[in-house]
Every structure is written in structure tokens, then in C-alpha cells.
Design a protein around this ligand. Structure first.
Ligand code: TGC
Ligand code: FAD
Length: 397
């Protein structure tokens, strides 16, 4: 007999293949057994343990959508199941993984030379080489096309560019070995991608200070990338891609992963709020779950989460068939981040004063989900991307 499952209200599992279900199961088990026990202390100490990426690499969870070079080559939806499992624990852990898998490995896979791919991807898939993606600058966030970072022929080293500029709010930058930096080539004024390898940078040409005392995403490490005439071999530039198409193509995959990831965070909020509402009693010994206002909060969140998950699965399938557009990805990234944040804020109310204690986890999700709504295109920016596609008129400036 078919029964209603509050944890999967619209039976999205029916849309997954056996392989996708198995990957989801492996990822969920790892995340619940090995990540969850560490997250509270990591968040309190604002400490990111890079070993996490190595552990994920051992399970084949890094760059999982990519073909070859030590990567698993699974479907886009299976990749989404991985981000959902990780973000059920913490958006910061998913961030560290998204940057490694989608933004840096994905960028090298799509735009790198054969030499770059063979040298870097297998070690990145194992989590032994860590990546960071530098697009945002102190003066240019939503509008990266105006970036000031510049690459010009190196004055003394033949066959090298000299990179100068500053990137900020860069996930993983303080611990990254390979920094994918987007900068304008002085000769053409066009944006190009450069693989800056920390081990090869002379002292004083690269620094990556951490940004401390964050009030969200504290289990992820964030920093700057400061380049001062840093020599980078010409062979480390992506050969063919120029303009914003380069970074935005990497963002398509990462934004997809976020759309499914934030549904994992919201599912965790729903499960924790439901348990709390069933256990906590107020007024004549009744559990909070007996009250209609509490039930509505849970019903709203479960509905948005089920709809968001189905939408992500649909776009994931279209992506693998080559039929997804960037606007579809903007739509699910915006909608799922907005609904996850809005519902998490409402579910937080169920915990009353206890929500203020980190032991209940809900406050951490709320703080993290603010960041997910902001990075990889703030929600209003995605509204403008959609508005442009609907009207044909661009409203950015
Ligand atoms: P626009 O004229 O729209 O486009 C310029 C060129 O780029 C192409 N393009 C895309 N290509 C592939 N995929 C996409 N999604 C694309 N979007 C645009 C476009 O076709 C065009 O190509 P061409 O060949 O004609 O030159 O450019 P614009 O300057 O008007 O852009 C405006 C806007 C708002 C769309 C864009 O700047 C934007 O999306 N801003 C948001 C910035 C953003 O998302 N930053 C993310 C930084 S990375 C990050 O946050 C990582 S956090 C990771 C973590 O911790 O999880
Ligand atoms: P701004 O661009 O200054 O925008 C501020 C506000 O104004 C937003 O609400 C925005 O929607 C609104 N706004 C801007 N322009 C318009 C307009 N034309 N019309 C209407 N509203 C507008 N970047 C990377 O490159 N790599 C990373 O790894 C990375 N990791 C991050 C990790 C964290 C923890 C955080 C917080 C950020 C990270 N970012 C990263 C940066 C992130 O992508 C940017 O913060 C984001 O793109 C927004 O840019 P901004 O912060 O400069 O905001």
C-alpha cells in the first residue's frame, strides 16, 4: 500500500536510478557518520579540516560528474545527491567540495589543456591537491566583468605572465594548492583563466590571508588572493576560452549543486524541527506538534522542499541531455536558496529560546543559508537574469 512519506513527500526517489540511489546512500552514510560528529566544534572554532576533502576523494565523491582523469563520471543528479548529503550536515562543507569539484576541477576539465588535466585532475579527485576559484574582487562582486586583476607579459621571465590584483571572499584560498584566477589580459582586455600553483610562486608574489570572525559558513575556510606581479607560466592559462563565458560555465555546475544542496540543509531543519515539536510540551502537556500554527510551518517547509527537489532533478536530467539553459539553473538556484532560507528562519521559531543554542543546529543552518543565497549570484541578480530572458531587456545597469 502506498503511504505518504514526510521525508520524501512527492516520492522523488522514484525518479532516481539504482546507481543514483546507491551513490546517495554512500554519501549520506559518510556524511552522517564521519562529518556530522565534527561539525559543531569546527563551526565553533571556525576551523576547516582539509582531511575532509581527502576522505571524500577516497569515496570517489570529488569531481564525481567528470569523465576520466580519476573521476567517477556519474550523472548530474547523482552529483546533486552528493551535495544534498553534504549540505544536510553543513553548507560550509558543501562549499569546500563545490569549489574543488565544480569550479576548479570542472573548469580544468572543460577548458584546460591535456597537460593541465593529466597533471592536476587525478590528484584533485583524490583530495590531495586543493583548489580555489578567484572571481570576486573587493570592488566587483555581482559585476565581475568590471574586474581589475590583470595579466601582462612578465618583464624578465620569458614564457610567463605577471599577474597582479586582489580577489576576496574566496572559499578554500588559504589552503589551496591550485588557484584558478580570472584576470584580464592586458593586451586584449579580455578575461582569461590562469592556474596559479602555490608551490611555484616566488615569496611575496602570492598571499592568501584568511577572512576570520565570519558569522556564517564558519566550518568553511574563506580568504583573499593577493597577487603582486606573480609569475605564471603561459602554459598555465586556459588556451581557448575568453570573456565571462569561462567562469560562468564553471558556475553553471556549481549553482546546480547548490540548488540540490540547500534542499539537504532544509530537510535537516525539517527533521530537527519535527522531532523538537513532538518532544517539547507547552500548555496542558500538549506537544508543540499538536498546534495548527506549528503544523503549518512544517507543511510549508516540506512542500517547498519537495517542489525544489523535483525541479532540481528535472534540470539535472535536461543538463545531461544537453537541453538545460543557464536561465533554468538561475531559476532553481534562486528559488531553492530563497525557500531554504525562508523556511529555515520560520522553523527556527519552533525551537523558541533553544534555537539560540548551537546544540540544536538550526541557527547554524540559518546563518549558512544566508550565504548560499548570496554567493554564486545573489538571488536578486538571478531575478535579473530571469527578467532579461523573459522580457529581452537587461536591467543590470
Ligand atoms: P553577460 O553579458 O550576461 O554575459 C557575458 C558573457 O558570458 C556568457 N554567459 C554565460 N556563459 C555560460 N553560462 C552562463 N551561465 C553564462 N552567463 C553569461 C554570455 O553568453 C556572454 O558571452 P559572450 O561570448 O557573448 O561574451 O554579462 P554581464 O556582465 O552582463 O553579467 C551580468 C550577470 C549578472 C549575469 C553576471 O555578472 C552574474 O551572474 N553575476 C553574479 C556573479 C557571480 O555569480 N559570482 C560568483 C563568484 S564565485 C562564487 O561565488 C563561489 S562560492 C562557492 C562556494 O563556496 O560554494
Ligand atoms: P554586491 O555585488 O556589492 O551586491 C550587494 C547587493 O546589491 C546584493 O544584494 C545584490 O543583489 C545587489 N545588487 C548588485 N547589483 C545590483 C543590480 N544591478 N540591481 C539590483 N541589485 C543589485 N567568490 C568567488 O569568486 N569565489 C569564491 O570561492 C567565493 N566564495 C564565497 C564564500 C563566502 C562565504 C561568501 C560570503 C562569498 C563568496 N564569494 C566567492 C563571493 C560571492 O560570489 C559574492 O559575495 C557575490 O557574488 C555578491 O557580490 P558582493 O558581495 O560584492 O555584493
Amino acid at each position: 500500500k502506498t503511504t505518504f512519506d514526510w521525508q520524501d513527500p512527492l516520492a522523488s526517489k522514484n525518479l532516481l536510478t539504482e546507481e543514483e540511489l546507491a551513490i546517495a546512500d554512500t554519501a549520506e552514510r559518510y556524511c552522517q557518520e564521519r562529518m556530522l560528529p565534527r561539525v559543531l566544534q569546527a563551526y565553533r572554532d571556525e576551523n576547516y579540516d582539509p582531511k575532509i576533502l581527502e576522505e571524500m576523494g577516497e569515496l570517489g565523491l570529488l569531481g564525481a560528474n567528470l569523465e576520466g582523469y580519476g573521476c567517477a563520471g556519474v550523472s548530474t543528479v547523482a552529483g546533486g545527491m552528493i551535495t544534498r548529503a553534504v549540505e544536510r550536515v553543513d553548507s560550509g562543507y558543501r562549499s569546500g567540495m563545490s569549489v574543488q569539484s565544480s569550479l576548479v576541477m570542472g573548469g580544468i576539465h572543460e577548458f584546460g589543456t591535456e597537460e593541465q588535466k593529466e597533471r592536476l585532475l587525478p590528484e584533485m579527485a583524490k583530495g590531495k591537491l586543493l583548489g580555489a576559484f578567484g572571481l570576486t574582487e573587493p570592488n566587483h562582486g555581482s559585476d565581475p566583468g568590471s574586474m581589475e586583476s590583470v595579466a601582462k607579459p612578465h618583464p624578465t621571465k620569458k614564457g610567463y605572465y605577471s599577474l597582479s590584483g586582489a580577489k576576496t571572499w574566496i572559499t578554500n584560498s588559504p589552503i589551496a594548492d591550485v588557484l584558478l584566477v580570472w584576470a584580464k589580459l592586458q593586451e586584449t582586455g579580455k578575461i582569461r583563466g590562469f592556474l596559479v600553483e602555490r608551490k611555484d610562486c616566488p615569496p611575496g608574489t602570492l598571499s592568501t590571508p584568511a577572512i576570520k570572525e565570519k558569522n556564517g559558513l564558519r566550518a568553511s575556510i574563506t580568504g583573499m588572493i593577493q597577487l603582486d606581479e606573480c609569475p605564471v607560466p603561459e602554459t598555465n592559462m586556459f588556451p581557448d576560452v575568453e570573456g565571462l563565458k569561462g567562469p560562468f560555465s564553471c558556475l553553471n555546475s556549481a549553482r546546480y549543486g547548490i540548488s540540490m544542496g540547500v534542499m539537504g540543509a532544509l530537510e535537516d531543519c525539517i527533521a530537527r524541527a519535527r522531532t523538537y515539536a513532538l518532544e517539547r510540551k507547552q500548555f496542558k502537556g500538549n506537544p508543540l506538534a499538536k498546534y495548527q500554527l506549528i503544523q503549518k510551518k512544517l507543511a510549508d517547509a516540506a512542500t517547498d522542499c519537495a517542489y525544489g527537489t523535483l525541479a532540481s532533478i528535472q534540470v539535472g536530467r535536461l543538463k545531461d541531455e544537453g537541453k538545460a539553459t543557464p536561465e533554468m539553473i538561475s531559476m532553481i538556484k534562486r528559488q531553492n536558496c530563497d525557500t531554504a532560507l525562508r523556511n529555515a528562519r520560520v522553523l527556527q521559531e519552533i525551537f523558541g529560546g533553544n534555537a539560540v543554542s548551537d546544540e540544536y543546529h538550526i541557527g547554524r543552518h540559518v546563518a549558512n543559508l544566508y550565504v548560499t543565497q548570496t554567493y554564486e549570484g545573489q538571488s536578486d541578480i538571478h531575478s535579473l537574469i530571469l527578467g532579461r530572458a523573459i522580457t529581452g531587456v537587461q536591467a543590470f545597469c
